[in-house]
Design a protein around this ligand. Structure first.
Ligand SMILES: Cc1cc2nc3c(=O)[nH]c(=O)nc-3n(C[C@H](O)[C@H](O)[C@H](O)COP(=O)(O)OP(=O)(O)OC[C@H]3O[C@@H](n4cnc5c(N)ncnc54)[C@H](O)[C@@H]3O)c2cc1C
Ligand SMILES: NC(=O)c1ccc[n+]([C@@H]2O[C@H](COP(=O)([O-])OP(=O)(O)OC[C@H]3O[C@@H](n4cnc5c(N)ncnc54)[C@H](O)[C@@H]3O)[C@@H](O)[C@H]2O)c1
Length: 474
């Protein structure tokens, strides 16, 4: 039986980070991937296809609004072309995840499903047995399909099938208003479908700062018809359409569409792993429990990325993967921290998040300050006619950044200086002191940070001292 220093199960964002990092550091590494392709969910069914799809939809929306910019136009959407662009993006990025690259680093790749035989032995595709001193489980997640009456008889889509759609639906009905539902429902709306989102709770974007959430929800309501507090009862078919029956405010109602999408959350990729043979424990939702060193209850087995249920983002899996390389290869005891892990929801406009929300600062009983700017105060957004949005930076009383949030066109990119500032431990004033080429979008960050100096200059003791100085010496 082949012996390895490290066996990595799952060749997605997390697993590939660990495999390449550990092999580069001289460890003997095996990577097991069941699908036959490296890259994982993000590349094949997640971030990459969704962002390519969203971009097509944004371009179409821009063209539809071209008259506002001085150009009249008409036309229809060719979904086959949209699909082609999505496939093109995947196959381009697939080159980075070419098995050859990992083989050159010295990683042995096994294509096939892995299962534990005991805490150190893995069986691949019921054939090859390999043994690892340490094991990293990075098997991701897949759509969680709730039990809904009639669902087995009705065709529905998830992120695993929707990018194959060839015809633009007239109306899409999404069950679930999380990031997947919001991003894709709005994209369909931009392409020209009517988009409905049925959400069981009374609001969306629950992890976002309340003010940001309110602005974002209002903007999304322009493209998406939301039904909040919808209790889904059953689904059925009528004249080729999919009908969703739900109860809202005690009243039974139904809505039909030609495409039904389930965006109701994720389940961990643990089904075929036979975790019990390794003695690895999971939480009540089935996600693998880990401590802050990302070790499971079996200290030589680590779990990263979606499968541990913590921060299900590609960059989250990457960050955890880098930490695990240090802990698994060098035996360090580094703890993971998510305080500076940002995320962006790629709706239009985008919603950016890092650190504490104002509500969390209150909940923790912290003394804090809030600096805010609306985008209609920032020249570039005015010139672009994209003035809808808000930036909000939350600091402690000394200016240390606790959290930053934004809703606005491209916010996922132009808020990045805040991530850098937090990473370096810089205070909010540093964001104001940099020079920003006029008129860029990131000036929204500078103008928000300027408020900190304005407050210091005009509300503190400094103006009094400065007035005296000028009186006496100038
Ligand atoms: C529609 C959509 C859009 C998204 N957009 C974004 C975004 O914009 N930004 C962002 O940061 N995140 C986004 N995400 C989330 C992101 O895709 C995941 O967080 C990320 O892929 C998790 O990486 P991972 O390594 O944990 O798992 P994955 O990338 O899913 O990799 C897991 C791998 O393990 C393999 N595997 C599973 N079981 C076994 C087994 N038993 N044996 C061997 N191999 C196995 C799978 O085949 C897969 O290749 C999106 C997700 C979806 C669904
Ligand atoms: N831009 C990004 O970074 C990005 C984009 C997409 C997905 N993701 C990641 O993928 C993860 C999963 O996203 P998701 O949207 O599938 O899951 P989610 O768990 O975030 O949202 C699911 C939504 O569906 C609702 N829901 C569940 N069951 C329902 C039912 N029976 N009836 C009505 N509503 C129901 C839930 O209340 C929730 O609002 C996210 O947590 C995120 O980390 C990230």
């Amino acid at each position: 039986m082949e012996q390895y220093d490290l066996i990595v199960i799952g060749g997605g964002a997390g697993g590939l980070t660990v495999a390449s990092g550990a092999a580069s550091l001289g460890a003997k590494v095996a990577l097991v991937e069941k699908s036959g392709l490296l890259g994982g969910d993000c590349l094949h069914f997640g971030c990459v296809p969704s962002k390519a799809f969203i971009q097509s939809a944004r371009e179409v929306a821009t063209i539809r609004s071209a008259a506002d910019y001085g150009f009249e136009t008409k036309g229809s959407v060719d979904m086959k072309k949209v699909k082609e662009r999505v496939k093109g993006a995947i196959s381009h990025i697939q080159q980075h995840d070419d098995p050859e690259r990992f083989l050159e680093l010295g990683v042995d790749i096994y294509f096939g499903a892995a299962e534990f035989l005991d805490p150190h032995t893995i069986l691949v595709e019921k054939e090859d047995r390999i043994s690892g001193k340490r094991v990293v489980v990075a098997t991701g997640s897949s759509p969680l399909i709730p039990e809904i009456d009639g669902l087995l008889d009705v065709e529905y889509h998830t992120n695993e099938t929707v990018f194959e759609v060839d015809e633009l639906p007239s109306r899409v009905v999404f069950i679930g208003g999380g990031p997947i539902g919001l991003e894709l429902a709005q994209a369909f709306s931009h392409l020209g479908s009517e988009a409905v989102v049925l959400e069981q709770h009374d609001e969306i974007l629950v992890k976002e700062d309340k003010e940001i959430r309110e602005v974002a929800t209002g903007l999304l309501e322009k493209d998406i018809q939301f039904v909040f507090g919808a209790e889904i009862k059953r689904v059925s078919k009528r004249d080729g359409l999919k009908v969703v029956h739900y109860v809202k405010d005690g009243e039974e109602q139904s809505i039909e569409g030609d495409l039904l999408f389930l965006a109701t959350g994720r389940k961990p990729g643990t089904e075929s792993l036979n975790l019990s043979a390794a003695g690895v424990e999971t939480d009540d939702r089935g996600f693998i429990e880990v401590n802050d060193e990302l070790r499971t209850n079996q200290s030589h087995i680590f779990a990263i990325g979606d499968v541990n249920g913590r921060y299900p983002f590609t960059h989250g899996a990457g960050m955890e993967g880098k930490l695990v390389v240090q802990n698994a290869v060098f035996g360090l005891k580094r703890n993971v921290s998510y305080n500076k892990l940002p995320w962006t929801t790629y709706t239009t406009p985008e919603i950016f998040h890092i650190g504490l929300t104002e509500e969390e600062a209150v909940e923790k009983g912290m003394e804090y300050k809030v600096y805010k700017k609306t985008l209609d105060e920032v020249d570039r957004f005015v010139a672009d006619q994209k003035t809808e949005g808000l930036v909000k930076i939350i600091t402690d009383l000394k200016g240390k950044i606790l959290g930053a949030h934004a809703v606005g066109a491209g916010a996922g990119d132009w808020m990045q200086p805040v991530v850098f500032a937090m990473e370096k431990g810089s205070k909010i004033g540093a964001l104001s002191n940099m020079v920003y080429p006029y008129p860029n979008h990131a000036a929204a960050v500078q103008q928000t940070a300027d408020l900190y100096w304005r407050e210091k200059l005009f509300d503190g003791v400094l103006p009094v001292i400065s007035k005296k100085y000028v009186e006496l010496f100038r």
